[in-house]
Write a new protein. Structure first.
Length: 387
């Protein structure tokens, strides 16, 4: 390395230690001159919004795998593509998910720049970023399906009744040359192997059931009362949680002080190195705790604002489905059904297992049609409403 390059690198490392990033800007961010810090990382729209939604979606579970994140980014028109066919490399997604800069922090271990708060504004919160890291490092997830497309939104989700394996789908060409869409089982040992199910027959049966999930206005009003009760309970829990979190941060600070004393007294390099790793982890936990406290202290959306979105889905999941957007359709499948649904070529769609909200609404509706007396629906703590 030349003396000039060496000097430049040292200057970059020095600036990084002062909480300003000076290396190549991450995707979705760019450098902008500001009076105090010089070149500072800022949002580079619209790519910044794409990256933000990708990380938040993965952390929240909207995207179950990094493969789904990859498909989402490929669908974003302004996101830079790696190949002529409009696709991006998996390495791009992996780098996005791991870069701490998107949370507003810095880290460069190879230059001895440890984890610290940066001057720049992150695209997501540190808590969201850490949740995404936990998902990546946690349990193994099912590999992404490459054959899911807008023509067959139920492919991979509907099971064959004879063998309990997922149905696949394809376009078949007739003698006249016209193409027709079909679902079919491709398990060789199955009785229904390669026996086609018309696309419109299966999907009409599914959409019919989806429409039947729509509750009455009365039930939606009762559901709102239930959510209001739970909201109030969670608000009380949040206050208690803030007190506990403050104690936890104080405890971490004491542990940091104790480790610093040990580092000063230690003489063996291996012991010092172990202490420094532990210290870096405690500093990160402290920053996460402080950010959680800050988020809790900030004014949040009102109950009415948040319930509006949940209510819209519960009132009519069919409206989301008929949008035709594959991402929304897959979201409906995740939120409305507790497990995959089964289809029989002879008898049609078997009654699927719905998620808890729709299950409760269904039971409420059944009870109201019956002749029983008042029934109490409760949460884990106190009665919510009477039917």
């Amino acid at each position: 390395m030349s003396s000039f390059a060496s000097k430049t690198n040292k200057q970059s490392v020095y600036k990084s230690r002062s909480t300003s990033w000076v290396f190549s800007a991450p995707l979705g961010m760019k450098y902008e001159k500001v009076s105090v810090h010089g070149n500072l990382l800022v949002r580079d729209e619209p790519i910044a919004s794409y990256v933000q939604k990708a990380i938040e979606g993965f952390a929240s579970g909207r995207f179950e795998t990094q493969g789904e994140v990859k498909r989402y980014l490929e669908s974003c028109p302004a996101f830079p593509k790696d190949h002529p066919d409009g696709t991006i490399r998996f390495e791009v997604v992996a780098r996005i998910m791991r870069r701490i800069h998107y949370a507003g922090y810095l880290e460069r271990p190879e230059s001895d720049v440890d984890f610290r708060k940066g001057h720049h504004q992150g695209l997501v919160s540190l808590v969201t970023w850490q949740t995404a890291q936990d998902h990546i490092d946690g349990a193994k997830r099912a590999p992404v399906r490459k054959d899911i497309n807008a023509d067959f939104p139920l492919r991979g989700f509907v099971l064959c009744n004879d063998c309990n394996n997922p149905l696949t789908a394809n376009w078949s060409k007739s003698k006249t040359g016209k193409k027709h869409p079909f679902y079919l089982c491709f398990t060789k040992s199955c009785e229904s192997y390669r026996k086609s199910i018309r696309h419109d027959v299966l999907e009409e049966a599914f959409t019919g059931y989806l429409c039947a999930l729509e509750p009455s206005e009365t039930l939606i009003a009762l559901t709102k009362a239930m959510f209001r009760n739970i909201w109030d309970q969670r608000a009380e829990q949040a206050q208690a949680g803030m007190i506990s979190l403050k104690r936890q941060v104080t405890k971490i600070e004491k542990q940091i002080d104790g480790l610093l004393d040990r580092i000063v007294d230690a003489s063996m390099p291996s012991v010092v190195s172990a202490y420094k790793k532990r210290l870096a982890r405690l500093e990160q936990d402290k920053l996460i705790g402080q950010e959680k406290l800050g988020k809790t202290a900030e004014s949040t959306h009102s109950f009415e604002q948040l319930f509006e979105f949940a209510c819209a889905f519960l009132a009519s999941p069919w409206k989301l489905w008929k949008s035709g957007q594959l991402t929304l359709q897959r979201t409906v499948l995740k939120l409305a059904f507790a497990e995959r649904i089964t289809y029989c070529r002879k008898t049609g769609l078997r009654t699927p297992e719905t998620t808890l909200p729709f299950k409760v609404l269904g039971r409420c509706a059944s009870h109201k049609r019956g002749s029983g007396g008042p029934r109490i629906i409760t949460s884990s703590f106190t009665p919510i409403c009477y039917l």
